[in-house]
Write a protein of this length. Structure first.
Length: 351
C-alpha cells in the first residue's frame, strides 16, 4: 500500500514537471533545414559609409550567456549597422549539441535575417561538428574549405575571415600555410582598399588566462606587409586592445560567454597593450574613406574605450598607464587585478 501511495504521489508531482520541460523545450525545436533558407548572408549595401559591429563568443545554448546575447541583439537592431561580424563560438556546442543552433536562431534570428551577418568558426562551433556551422551559414562569399575562411568586399574596405579555431596548428580545420598564401593573395588583389580588417577566433595576443594562440602570430608578417588596420579576435571573454608593429589587435569575446580572468601583469611589453578590461562588450566601427572611429561598448551601449584611424595621419600609440604603473609597482598588482575582475555591466545584471 505504501508503495502504491508513493507511486501516485510521484505521478502527481513529477509528470506535470516533465511535461512542462517538454513544452518549454518545444519553443527551441526549430527545423534546421527551414532555418537555412533564411540565413544566407544578405547583400552588402553599396555605399561609401562604413558602419559595422564586431562581437564574439555568443555561446548560444549556454544559459549563462543568454541574457547578455539578448541585450546585444536589442542594441544591434537599434543601432542598425550595415554589417555584423561574430568572432567565433557562435554556439556553446557542449551541452546541447546541434540544438544550440536552434537556440541561436531563436535569440539572434531577427538580426541574422535583416542585417548581413558574417561568422568566424570557433572551437565550440567546431566541437559539435563544422557541418552544422556550414548548414546554418551556407554559401559564405569567396570562401575556401566550405566557408571556414573567406572574404567580404566593401567599396572602401576588405573584410577577411580566417580559421583559427584550434590552439594547435596541426589540429586546426584549415591549414596555416594554405591560409597564409591565400591571405597574401587576397590582400594583394585588394591593395587599393582604404581599410583592411581581419577576423579570427583564438587571439594571437591576449592577457587572458587561456593564453595566446602562438601559431596564429605567423600571419603577422602578412598583416604588416599589406598594412592591415585591425585584427579582431575572440575566445577570451573580455575586451583587450594591443598595438603591435603598426597593427591594432582587438579581442572582443564578450557577447555572452561568462567573463574570463585577465592577468594584467602579463609579460607583454607595456607599450603594446592599450586597454584591458574584464567585461561583456561589443565594438562599433563607423566612418568613411577619410577616417573611422572604433568604439568598445558595454551591453547597455555606453562607450568605454575608443580610438580612431585617420588616413594620412600616423597613429600615435597610447599604452595603458594603469598597466604601466602596475609593472613598476608589484605591490599594486593584486588590488588592481581584482578591480579588473569585479566589473559587470549594470544592464546585464538587471537582465
Amino acid at each position: 500500500m505504501k508503495n502504491l501511495v508513493m507511486g501516485i504521489l510521484f505521478l502527481i508531482i513529477f509528470v506535470p514537471f516533465v511535461n512542462a520541460i517538454s513544452i518549454e523545450n518545444q519553443e527551441f525545436a526549430l527545423d534546421i533545414p527551414d532555418v537555412v533558407e533564411n540565413v544566407k548572408p544578405l547583400p552588402i549595401p553599396i555605399n561609401d559609409e562604413l558602419n559595422f559591429i564586431v562581437h564574439g563568443d555568443t555561446h548560444a545554448g549556454d544559459d549563462g550567456a543568454t541574457a547578455t546575447h539578448k541585450e546585444l541583439v536589442k542594441r544591434f537592431l537599434e543601432y542598425k549597422p550595415s554589417l555584423i561580424f561574430n568572432t567565433g563560438d557562435v554556439v556553446h556546442g557542449q551541452w546541447g549539441g546541434p540544438d544550440n543552433w536552434d537556440i541561436f536562431h531563436k535569440i539572434a534570428g531577427k538580426v541574422v535575417k535583416s542585417i548581413p551577418y558574417y561568422p568566424t568558426i570557433g572551437n565550440h562551433d567546431d566541437r559539435i561538428g563544422v557541418e552544422y556551422y556550414f548548414d546554418y551559414f551556407p554559401n559564405l562569399p569567396n570562401s575556401q574549405k566550405n566557408g571556414t575562411y573567406y572574404y567580404v568586399e566593401h567599396p572602401d574596405a576588405i573584410f577577411i575571415v580566417l580559421d583559427v579555431d584550434n590552439e594547435f596548428e596541426e589540429s586546426n580545420n584549415a591549414d596555416f600555410t594554405e591560409q597564409n598564401v591565400w591571405l597574401d593573395q587576397v590582400l594583394t588583389n585588394y591593395s587599393n582598399k582604404t581599410y583592411k580588417f581581419v577576423f579570427f577566433h583564438r587571439p594571437s595576443y591576449t592577457s587572458g588566462f587561456r593564453g595566446a594562440c602562438l601559431w596564429a602570430r605567423g600571419f603577422d608578417s602578412t598583416f604588416q606587409k599589406h598594412g592591415v588596420d585591425i585584427v579582431f579576435m575572440g575566445h577570451v571573454h573580455a575586451y583587450e586592445r594591443f598595438y603591435i608593429n603598426g597593427v591594432h589587435y582587438i579581442a572582443t569575446g564578450g557577447a555572452g560567454g561568462i567573463p574570463h580572468t585577465l592577468d594584467v601583469y602579463h609579460d607583454y611589453p607595456v607599450a603594446t597593450r592599450e586597454y584591458s578590461e574584464l567585461t561583456y562588450n561589443y565594438v562599433t566601427v563607423s566612418g568613411d574613406d577619410k577616417s573611422v572611429l572604433i568604439e568598445a561598448r558595454y551591453p547597455d551601449g555606453k562607450v568605454f574605450d575608443s580610438f580612431s584611424i585617420t588616413q594620412g595621419i600616423p597613429y600615435v600609440p597610447n599604452p595603458d598607464e594603469s598597466l604601466k604603473a602596475i609593472s613598476k609597482d608589484s605591490s599594486r598588482k593584486k588590488s588592481i587585478k581584482l578591480n579588473k575582475l569585479v566589473f559587470y555591466s549594470p544592464s546585464v545584471l538587471k537582465a
